[in-house]
Write a protein that binds this ligand. Structure first.
Ligand code: PMT
Length: 412
């Protein structure tokens, strides 16, 4: 877990920084907060102080009761200079929200208040999460300032797109969601138990062409796979995701390969599998594909067509069958009806998997397309229902179980 310094500047999105700090503390990080004077108009320091259990500083001239230390650390005898000591002791410095004004001050090398002074003095990793009106974000001055920060090695995250603070306005400029920011923090050095592990994830649902405009598909959104990719990347893994018809965003350091059909997914897996230590096969792959796709749109006037189907090769079973001894293979199973546990156990064995994640998709509000999930992690000697929660949390729980499995990807 990391020692995180959070710099809050004066924008409406400061309220989201409160949630981010809460999540970071819950995730086990040790957090200190510093604020610009303008940010106090939006969130008071008592809020951050209560959540972090540490004093919050607003000026470089006030003394730090914690003497540049994080909760639980032994205080030095000599009081240090706050903006120097805090960034010197931090593993990661997250500036969120970063207003256009704060970004411009940092680009200019200004140090006229505590947050920008701390950025100037930082030699730890600095993440900047912008939040502003879309016209301010797109203004050439901001574009140039952001480019300057990036050239200097500061990670400036892309803001989110959607509704903005000013009534009725929408566009790019929102502070990214607290959970996404936490994932970025983790991949910037927060947690590293999968460092050095090469993870291959498949996500989404394949589409099998009937003709140029119609296909057989399924309801997978790719959310679970994207969450797995983000969770693994945030814990230091080198991650490649093969996405079948999904546009769910993944963190910037995840390599994305887009495919459409089961055959394309199979080809991409064949290429990528030899280079991975851990396969997480979350994609929903067609079991049956049209025997032949028509090369022109089938005309309604020609009557109801008969579509012949053929079984598609089981990609996962094929990969597991040819894996090296140092590779771990985890399957997923979307079960609906019958005896889900028994079906999942059969798949675990017949596909020769190290473990299988059972998703009972007959349960409302989980599985396909949902924000949350509830799964059972099944290995040779256990069946464990993991806590229901957002897919990112479930993804972390799955990774925790893979670590406990004690198979191969235990390099961290
Ligand atoms: O994408 P979301 O909307 O977030 O939903 C997540 C999910 C429900 C799709 C996911 O959690 C899940 O359960 N994925 C597995 C879906 C599936 O195809 O289950 P299955 O029981 O049909 O297949 C078992 C395993 O074999 C899977 O790992 C599948 O990828 C693999 N398989 C299946 C058929 C095939 N021809 N080749 C395969 O490799």
């Amino acid at each position: 877990m990391a020692k995180v310094l959070v710099g809050v500047s004066g924008g409406v999105a400061a309220y989201k920084a409160v949630e981010f700090v809460r999540l970071a503390v819950l995730a086990g990080h040790s957090v200190r907060v510093i604020q610009t004077p303008a940010s106090l108009r939006f969130v008071g320091r008592a809020t951050f102080s209560a959540i972090t259990g540490a004093p919050v500083l607003v000026s470089e001239f006030e003394s730090d009761p914690s003497r540049g230390c994080w909760p639980g650390e032994e205080l030095p005898e000599h009081a240090p200079i706050s903006h120097l000591a805090l960034v010197e002791n931090a593993d990661v410095f997250v500036v969120a929200p970063a207003t256009a004004n704060l970004i411009s001050r940092v680009a200019a090398g200004s140090s006229d208040e505590l947050v920008s002074a701390a950025v100037l003095a930082a030699n730890c990793r600095v993440l900047v999460a912008p939040a502003m009106n879309n016209r301010m974000w797109e203004n050439p001055a901001t574009v140039a300032n952001v480019a300057t920060l990036r050239e200097r090695g500061i990670t400036v995250l892309e803001p989110g797109e959607g509704q903005l603070a000013s009534h009725g306005e929408a566009g790019k400029g929102r502070l990214i969601e607290p959970r996404e920011l936490l994932a970025e923090l983790d991949s910037a050095g927060g947690r590293s138990d999968f460092r050095g592990v090469r993870v291959l994830v498949t996500a989404g649902g394949t589409r099998e062409a009937i003709d140029p405009v119609r296909f057989i598909g399924n309801r997978s959104s790719g959310r679970m796979g994207a969450a797995l990719a983000n969770a693994a990347a945030s814990r230091g893994a080198e991650v490649t995701i093969i996405c079948a018809n999904s546009s769910i965003p993944t963190s910037s350091d995840v390599k994305v390969i887009n495919v459409v059909s089961a055959a394309e997914l199979g080809d991409a897996c064949d290429q990528q599998f030899p280079n991975c230590d851990l396969l997480l096969m979350a994609a929903a792959v067609a079991d049956f594909i049209p025997t032949a796709a028509a090369d022109q749109k089938i005309k309604k006037s020609e009557g109801v067509p008969t579509i012949g189907l053929t079984a598609s090769p089981d990609i996962l079973a094929g990969l597991a069958g040819e894996r090296r001894a140092d590779q771990t293979v985890i399957g997923f199973a979307a079960e609906h009806g019958g005896d889900p546990l028994a079906n999942a156990r059969t798949k675990l064995k017949s596909k020769q998997l190290d473990a299988l994640v059972l998703n009972d998709v007959s349960v409302a509000d989980i599985g396909f397309e949902s924000e949350e999930n509830l799964v059972t992690f099944i290995s040779a000697d256990q069946e464990l229902e993991l806590a229901r929660g957002p897919k990112l949390d479930v993804a972390h729980s799955i990774l925790d179980q893979i670590k406990i499995l004690g198979t191969n990807p235990q390099k961290g």
